[in-house]
Structure formats: structure tokens, C-alpha cells
Design a binder for this molecule. Structure first.
Ligand SMILES: C[S@@+](CC[C@H](N)C(=O)[O-])C[C@H]1O[C@@H](n2cnc3c(N)ncnc32)[C@H](O)[C@@H]1O
Length: 283
């Protein structure tokens, strides 16, 4: 039974980390003319109205994207992401939040394509409507893990896979790790970005140990905490990145502390970047 709806959380601190990282990865793919492939295994609805009943219930976007989207004094590394948000909001009001499919669409050139899987019937319907008539986008109302197997390796031989489940089922972490191992075997040179929530440190540590045990080359992890551990809350989140482009670690090392400054609660936020496998370039 799928009950999670991303509309409650659209634009929160976890979305900011996730979509900033995705934007930087997508931008790196634009450096070559050759087409690239993007896939979201868990697409969500694509775009979220921030005046909708769900979004205004807890107004999570206000302590996330709301704090940075109009600031002009931020480092230019944030621009690819903020430009995607601003394009979705042409007026001075923050009316919409672009989900990962909309963010990715912002970077697609005519030669690129994307596939979006979404299992929830209502969300997948909204996603299909969002991209109706767009020949570069294929929406599949399917299980994202199954769909992923069917698309790898893509004919383009370059691109990015985003794995972003809701972690509402108990064994989701196991499914994510199995999917990641299988997908990186099918496509060792692809870029993979996997989002995970952080509520408590023990679960997070155990999860990262399991990621490390997969021994996938070039595995980097970035995390943003907006407060120290507090029970039953989403205190932060992380992204596992496989085959990140050269120097992304350096760029994120500069940008994460800026996010901590703006999104951390009462000076209590923190960030982390580490390589689980693969070499850190010299500082
Ligand atoms: C965190 S949300 C996705 C948000 C989206 N990636 C974004 O960044 O805007 C997770 C989504 O996965 C969907 N979902 C859950 N299980 C799924 C599955 N097995 N395959 C595909 N989608 C699934 C949920 O309905 C939900 O919309």
C-alpha cells in the first residue's frame, strides 16, 4: 500500500540537497555534445503547487528552498539548481516546486531523453500529465526497480540514474542496495545518485556500512543535517553518488557549508562528504 505523497515535503531541506546535487550532475553531462540518458526510478508527481493543501500543512518548503531561492549573494555553484527553481516560478512568488523530473527536464537538450517510473496511480497520472506531448520524456506507471533493469545499459552510454524511494516500506534499504549493485553491474560507467533519509545516527551508520560492503568503485557520500538527532524527525539526508564527475567533491565541499548556514536550525546544522571507495583528489 503506497501512502507517501511527496507534496507534503516538496522543497524541504532534503529536496534542496537532493536537487542541488542532481543539478550539478546534470550540468556536468552538458559538457559533451553526445546525448545523455536520465532516469528517475521514483519520479513523484514532477512538480508541486506550494499553495496546495499538502504543502501548506507543515510548510516544509519555507525552511528549505524558501530560505535561498531569491538570495543573490550565494556562490555560483548553486545557480544551476536555483535557475531551475526560478524557471518554474517566473513571478516573484514561490508558487511551484520542481521535483526531480522537472529539474532534470530543465537540463535536457534536444538530443537527450529521460524515463520516469512512478508506481502510485495518482502520482504517475500527474507525472504523465506534466509531460504530456513531450517526446523526450517517457513516463512509466511501473515499479522503478523493475523498470531500471529494463533500461540498462542505455543506448546513449552516458547519463544519470536517480533512485529516490520514500522509504515507507521496511525493507526499502535492502531493495535500494540490491538495485544499486545490479544496476552498476549492468552499467558500470553510469552515474548513480541515491537519496536516503537520516533520522537517527545508528540507522545511518549501519546503512553506510552496507553501502561500503558493496565495494562499488568511485562511491562518494554527501550529507546535510539541519539539526542534531531528534527522535522521529527527518533531521537530515544524504546522497550516495557513484561515478561523480571530476571535482564535484571539491564543489560540494564548498557548497554544503553554505546550505548548513542557511538551512541549519539555530546554528546546529552540519554537513559531511566522504569517499567510501575511490580516491580523493589532492586538496
Ligand atoms: C521521495 S518521492 C519521489 C520524489 C521525486 N524523485 C523528486 O525528487 O521530486 C518517492 C516516490 O516513489 C513512489 N514509489 C514508491 N514505491 C515505488 C516503486 N516501487 N516504484 C516506483 N515508484 C515508487 C512514491 O509513490 C513516491 O511518489
Amino acid at each position: 500500500m503506497l501512502s507517501y505523497r511527496h507534496g507534503f515535503h516538496a522543497g524541504n531541506h532534503a529536496d534542496v540537497l537532493k536537487h542541488l546535487t542532481l543539478s550539478l550532475l546534470l550540468q556536468s553531462l552538458l559538457k559533451k555534445e553526445k546525448p545523455f540518458f536520465f532516469m528517475d526510478t521514483h519520479g513523484g508527481a514532477g512538480r508541486y503547487a506550494l499553495n496546495a493543501e499538502w504543502a501548506i500543512k507543515n510548510r516544509e518548503f519555507e525552511s528549505g528552498i524558501g530560505r535561498i531561492w531569491q538570495r543573490s549573494s550565494l556562490p555560483k555553484g548553486l545557480s544551476p539548481y536555483l535557475d531551475a527553481v526560478r524557471t518554474t516560478n517566473p513571478s516573484s512568488q514561490l508558487r511551484w516546486y520542481p521535483g526531480s523530473p522537472r529539474i532534470a527536464r530543465h537540463f535536457l537538450r534536444p538530443q537527450d531523453r529521460m524515463v520516469l517510473a512512478e508506481l502510485h496511480p495518482k502520482e504517475s497520472l500527474e507525472l504523465a500529465r506534466e509531460f504530456e506531448g513531450d517526446r523526450q520524456v517517457k513516463v512509466e506507471a511501473l515499479d522503478g526497480y523493475q523498470s531500471l533493469k529494463a533500461h540498462l545499459p542505455p543506448k546513449e552510454r552516458r547519463g544519470l540514474i536517480h533512485i529516490d524511494p520514500a522509504y515507507e516500506v521496511k525493507d526499502e534499504r535492502r531493495r535500494v542496495l540490491e538495485a544499486l549493485l545490479d544496476a552498476t553491474r549492468r552499467w558500470p560507467t553510469g552515474i548513480f545518485a541515491v537519496w536516503y533519509p537520516i533520522q537517527d545516527g545508528a540507522t545511518r551508520d549501519e546503512f553506510l556500512k552496507r553501502v561500503e560492503k558493496l565495494k562499488i568503485p568511485k562511491t562518494m557520500v554527501v550529507e546535510l543535517m539541519v539539526r542534531p538527532e531528534e527522535a522521529f524527525r527527518l533531521n537530515g539526508s544524504g546522497m550516495i553518488l557513484i561515478n561523480p564527475p571530476w571535482q564535484l567533491d571539491q564543489e560540494l565541499s564548498l557548497l554544503l557549508p553554505i546550505l548548513v548556514d542557511h538551512l541549519g536550525e539555530g546554528g546546529q546544522g552540519s554537513s559531511q562528504l566522504q569517499w567510501l571507495h575511490g580516491e580523493l583528489p589532492a586538496p
